[in-house]
Design a protein around this ligand. Structure first.
Ligand code: RRO
Length: 304
């Protein structure tokens, strides 16, 4: 019998464990519908704030052999406009996780409530963008802020609240524990790793913002370690992100404790078809290794 690759993150069910990560093709309903049709199990939107925001000047992206460095600076059309995109996704019955950011717990709750009323199945709190002042890891790098923000959102909405954690800290599980105590339904790990590239020709940093977030193959083993540590200390589900390009990469994250994964940089490199390929490879791997379900594989590396 072929293995089943259905999965669930808490009470949310997905046809497969590969979700579109926030930040890649997540600004319009039409691009996310394309990604879903190519095989993703669900989509996470670009992080949306209260007001529209242009983001940083170019260059905002630096691609290299082992991954990508970005400092986009949270460009987004603002929640008022974006509610319409969520409604279009729900019109197509696509499992949709609305990513939101703010520098303030009350505003986070307000954004979450707007995502919920537009039809989002869950919200993902961006507590981890590594290069924008006053938001992301600047606030999400402290456990007391994580607790306050997650609690404020959980008090306001009834959809699941996922907290996306920064790896730019000495103890990521401490942040995850704070999110769990505050009522989060799942932990997402990891956002990008703070990094920099230098142009030797121009004798200056490549990115206009100088520092940015590293993603792709370069961070897979950081993500795996984070997922392993968090799932040892927390009892809520973990969603793994960072350097997933193949079915075997996804299987590594699942064995480390993730019940789903998010794919971003590989989508920007290979296009939405990567979802179909990762799922096919994962199914084949499970069949060869005699796993009949994702659930059976989650966290097996802890029992070694
Ligand atoms: O927009 C960005 O520059 C960005 C965000 Br919001 C994030 O969470 N992580 C990242 O690497 N870039």
């Amino acid at each position: 019998m072929r293995p089943s690759i259905n999965t669930s993150v808490g009470k949310l069910k997905f046809r497969n464990p590969t979700l579109l990560a926030s930040g890649i093709l997540g600004e319009t309903a039409s691009s996310m519908i394309r990604v879903y049709k190519a095989g993703a199990g669900g989509v996470v939107t670009k992080s949306i704030g209260k007001q529209p925001r242009e983001g940083y000047q170019n260059p905002t992206v630096y691609l290299f052999e082992g991954g990508m460095l970005n400092a986009m600076g949270l460009p987004n059309p603002g929640i008022e406009y974006f509610k319409g995109e969520i409604e279009k996704l729900k019109g197509e019955h696509i499992p949709t996780i609305g990513s939101i950011f703010s520098g303030d717990a009350a505003e986070f709750a307000e954004l979450a409530a707007l995502m919920e009323s537009a039809g989002a199945d869950a919200v993902e709190l961006n507590l981890s963008c590594p290069h924008v002042e006053g938001v992301g890891s600047e606030i999400g790098g402290r456990a007391e802020n994580v607790y306050e923000i997650v609690k404020s959102v959980c008090d306001r909405v009834s959809i699941p609240v996922w907290a996306k954690m920064t790896p730019n800290t000495s103890d990521i599980s401490e942040l995850a524990i704070a999110a769990e105590r505050a009522g989060a339904s799942a932990i997402v790990a990891i956002n990008t790793v703070k990094a920099m590239a230098i142009s030797t020709e121009l004798r200056r940093p490549v990115l206009s913002n100088r520092v940015g977030g590293l993603s792709g193959q370069a961070i897979k083993y950081i993500g795996l370690r984070a997922v392993f540590e968090i799932s040892e200390k927390c009892s809520i589900p973990v969603v793994g992100v960072g350097g997933i390009y193949s079915g075997r990469d996804a299987a590594e994250y699942i064995m480390a404790g993730a019940c789903a994964v998010e794919i971003g940089t590989a989508v920007s490199r290979y296009g939405p078809e990567i979802f179909g390929e990762v799922n096919r490879e994962l199914e084949e791997f499970m069949e060869n290794e005699h796993f009949s379900s994702i659930e059976e594989m989650v966290g097996v590396a802890h029992r070694a």
